[in-house]
Write a protein that binds this ligand. Structure first.
Ligand code: BCO
Length: 316
């Protein structure tokens, strides 16, 4: 257990320090960044506490966390139902705080990430997005930190995809170990239609989950998949029965997680996740995220995004 703790502390400290103490990032001219990832001349620094203060100004919605000590399975719920659980700045901050709590929850084995009222998440809250067009790389740095820590929790995590999982919503699901989908849900990485690249780290994670070719196909097509199609493509690990009501699906998802991946000794399960499977969470991942963030920053707030926002696209 001492070894496990030491490894955990080291990994968390590497990831946090690379973001919070201000990673030096190269800001590249677009043509150079897209063509070759060569080095540029200017640099940018991110300070997470300052970004947090800025994000908190964008209120609306909340993220709730419930820890079930008996089962060892936590539920984190995105709660902005009037906007199909689209994420505001405040919700990003809530989520980061809950990841802190989960990092300290030594009795935990599993985590379900879910949205309230039968929807997972329709991406970034477009009201927030319109006001944060000057703040892309900073928001991305904050989200990369939170979602890398989510991915690295010693808990087996599952995203329960109900209703819509679009854009940033689809990105969130890639920060979980598994994806369970309601039979009527839809998932799509629609960012390119919104005039941006992925801002919350999904490209880095998709490449590692599914390989470059599938990641490229998902991201450049912006295709929205039904549950059946997503299962065929291997994007989701389990599709829930048609017969279930939305409210029953959370219980069913927990049961799926508990019976498949949280049914053995807690310390062993946590060690397998963090100390073995994720032990190579490395600078390479952090560097890939930094590159992704840099490219995102070059398009965020640009003409294609502004045109997409004006067009009020519905991703049907
Ligand atoms: C870094 C992040 C990058 C990204 O996330 S890019 C992707 C951003 N997301 C989107 O573009 C989704 C846009 N919305 C849609 O396509 C449709 O609303 C969607 C999800 C297909 C659902 O369609 P419907 O079932 O017809 O429902 P609806 O359109 O009437 O929506 C219900 C209410 O929710 C709102 N809503 C949906 N997605 C939102 C969002 N992302 N931000 C803010 N508000 C959002 C929508 O405006 C509507 O509100 P209201 O009832 O008109 O007041």
């Amino acid at each position: 257990m001492d070894l496990l703790k030491t490894i955990m502390v080291a990994v968390v400290s590497i990831v946090s320090s690379m973001f919070s103490t201000g990673v030096r990032l190269l800001r590249l001219p677009r043509s150079v960044a897209l063509a070759a990832r060569s080095l540029g001349s200017a640099s940018a620094t991110f300070n997470l506490p300052t970004i947090r203060q800025e994000l908190e100004k964008f209120q609306g919605g909340s993220v709730e966390l419930e820890l079930d000590e008996q089962s060892g399975i936590a539920v984190m719920t995105l709660n902005n139902p009037k906007r199909l659980n689209a994420l505001t700045g405040k919700m990003m901050v809530d989520m980061a705080d809950h990841i802190n709590s989960l990092e300290r929850w030594t009795a935990g084995k599993g985590l379900v990430l879910v949205g309230t009222s039968g929807n997972f998440c329709s991406g970034g809250d477009l009201t927030f997005v319109r006001k944060a067009l000057h703040y892309g790389e900073e928001m991305a740095a904050f989200q990369h930190n939170t979602l890398t820590r989510l991915l690295n929790l010693p808990l087996v995590s599952v995203a329960l995809l109900q209703g819509h999982a679009l854009g940033g919503g689809a990105e969130l699901s890639t920060a979980c170990d598994f994806r369970v989908m309601s039979s009527s849900a839809r998932i799509g990485f629609v960012q390119i239609k919104m005039g941006v690249t992925t801002g919350w780290g999904a490209t880095t994670r998709l490449v590692r989950l599914f390989g470059r070719q599938k990641a490229l196909a998902l991201l450049t097509s912006a295709r929205v998949f039904s549950a059946e199609e997503a299962a065929t493509e291997g994007l989701v690990d389990h599709v829930l029965s048609y017969a279930l009501q939305h409210e029953e699906e959370l219980a069913e998802c927990k049961k799926w997680l508990a019976s498949n991946y949280c049914c053995h000794d807690t310390d062993l399960s946590r060690a397998v996740k963090s100390s073995v499977v994720y032990s190579d969470l490395s600078r390479e991942l952090v560097e890939s995220l930094a590159n992704e963030r840099r490219v995102f920053g070059q398009f965020w707030g640009g003409p294609a995004q502004k045109a997409a926002l004006d067009a009020k696209i519905k991703h049907k």
